[in-house]
Design a protein around this ligand. Structure first.
Ligand SMILES: NC(=O)C1=CN([C@@H]2O[C@H](COP(=O)(O)OP(=O)(O)OC[C@H]3O[C@@H](n4cnc5c(N)ncnc54)[C@H](O)[C@@H]3O)[C@@H](O)[C@H]2O)C=CC1
Ligand SMILES: N[C@@H](CC=O)C(=O)O
Ligand code: NA
Length: 438
């Protein structure tokens, strides 16, 4: 059988990796796919650099629309990134009857519903394994491997850049800016690294997973997004003393009790003895709790040229195998058949249920602790542990660290307002969420 013909839009970090791995492993890939998979055309604004990567192996153009218009191309691989031109190109490729592979989580988290609807209409596939946790086959696992289960929650380290930064800061005492530069040099960071450090990239990925896990539309605009830029070294240290690590987690949780779904990204304390707490560097890990199988953990490289290429090529093989299948018998884009999707709402943050780590800089006076514990009790927030440490500011001030049991976030917000208003509380209170993940 003739090779399936692939057109690449964008040959940067991931595109370059895809080209190399496909060439290196072409015989094995042919053996698995049942026919050859060949990149025959590449579009990149930087034509010279693109040529230096592909040599004479394929046609290089600067205009992506030439690839889409080429009738010989069966699959268009979008590796440009962003919400703008990528959206138009993907929709145009679908309209031209091409199957699409994309690593673009930003695009799918925001415009996924439109894109999947267009693909269904046209009977083409849009595959996106690389968009969540790079090389880890988490989309495959959630959509196919766990298909028997009712998924209860997902918690993941799904941004390599921020995990790399947190690991290097904790392990080597390096400063934030130096480590971020290194993450950019290694090709982990997004074109705009604020997407990484402000939690946006992780929220894109959590949004996509929430749709697949719970059969809801992709709704990035409903996700709660917090990054690591406000995190202070003191809290990383205190967390460690209490037996916790701080990780940027993406969490999607079904809340049967209130009929909603929590969708949130924020720095989170997790017990240091959990496997996921020991995921370091640019590695990713996704923990899934499901009713039949119990807990499963997926670990591996979530960023970088070849790990991400591994997922892009897995999608190319899937499409090659299924291209001739009746569209109704393919795996649905979001795991559930379109008519089986539901509108369970994403909960507002004040309804989220979680435990907290609090750090209060207080005057070292009698009665301060009791006033604080009284406020927490008035809001029905129970305390798990209290730690008092001399603050860096000297003897007249002290750091009070409190771990709470699970509570409703709305209660904590109100308690924090009251505690912050106390004269004896001398600095903004640090409040971080804490999850036992058990
Ligand atoms: N770098 C990584 O580790 C991972 C990246 N991704 C995603 O993969 C996609 C690509 O990321 P990277 O390869 O890192 O980006 P990159 O910035 O290295 O490559 C993008 C390429 O697209 C080209 N380009 C930009 N606008 C274009 C246009 N209008 N027409 C044609 N070419 C154009 C650029 O010249 C560049 O070569 C993004 O959606 C990213 O979020 C996903 C997982 C991991
Ligand atoms: N910028 C992302 C790349 C992969 O999705 C990350 O750091 O994880
Ligand atoms: Na993946």
């Amino acid at each position: 059988m003739n090779s399936i013909k692939v057109g690449l839009l964008g040959i940067g970090t991931v595109g370059g990796g895809t080209f190399q791995v496909l060439r290196r492993n072409q015989e094995d890939i042919r053996g698995r796919a049942g026919r050859g998979i060949e990149i025959t055309m590449v579009a990149d604004l930087d034509v010279e650099r693109a040529r230096s990567i592909v040599g004479d192996a394929c046609t290089v153009v600067s205009d992506a629309r030439q690839v889409i218009a080429n009738p010989d191309i069966d699959i268009v691989v979008e590796l440009i990134g962003g919400y703008g031109v990528a959206r138009s190109l993907v929709l145009e490729a679908i309209a031209a009857g091409k199957h699409v592979v994309t690593a673009n989580k930003a695009l799918l988290a925001v415009h996924g519903s439109e894109i999947f609807a267009a693909a269904r209409e046209k009977g083409v596939m849009v595959a996106f394994e690389a968009a969540v946790a790079g090389g880890i086959p988490i989309i495959k696992a959630l959509r196919e491997g766990l298909t028997a289960n009712r998924i209860e929650w997902i918690a993941g380290i799904i941004n390599g850049t921020t995990n790399f930064i947190l690991s290097e800061m904790r392990g080597k005492g390096l400063d934030f800016a130096t480590v971020l530069k290194e993450a950019q040099r290694l090709g982990y960071a997004e074109a705009d690294p604020t997407f990484d450090i402000e939690g946006v990239d992780a929220a894109h990925k959590a949004t996509i997973m929430s749709a697949i896990a719970f059969g809801i539309p992709v709704q990035f605009d409903r996700a709660h997004v917090e990054g690591i830029t406000q995190l202070q070294a003191a809290d990383i240290k205190y967390a460690e003393q209490l037996g916790y690590r701080i990780k940027l987690l993406g969490i999607a949780r079904r809340r049967q009790d209130v009929g909603g779904i929590e969708l949130r990204v924020h720095p989170t304390l997790i017990p240091a003895n959990r496997l996921i707490a020991n995921v370091e560097g640019a590695m990713n890990a996704v923990l899934v709790q499901a009713d039949a199988v119990g807990t499963t953990l997926y670990y591996g490289k979530g960023a970088g040229a070849e790990p991400t290429a591994s997922a892009v090529i897995a999608d190319l093989v899937d499409i090659t195998r299924l291209a001739t299948a009746d569209p109704d018998h393919r795996v649905p884009h979001l795991a559930f058949q379109p008519e089986a999707m539901n509108n369970t709402p994403i909960l507002p943050m004040d309804q989220v249920q979680t435990a907290f780590y609090l750090r209060l800089r207080v005057a070292d006076q009698a009665g301060v602790l009791s006033r604080i514990t009284t406020i927490l009790a008035e809001h029905q927030i129970s305390i798990d542990a209290v730690l008092q440490r001399e603050s860096a500011e000297g003897e007249s001030q002290t750091d009070l660290i409190i771990l709470t049991h699970d509570t409703q976030e709305g209660r904590m917000t109100r308690a924090l307002q009251q505690m912050q208003a106390l004269e004896t509380v001398l600095a903004p209170i640090v409040a971080l969420r804490k999850e036992e993940l058990a």
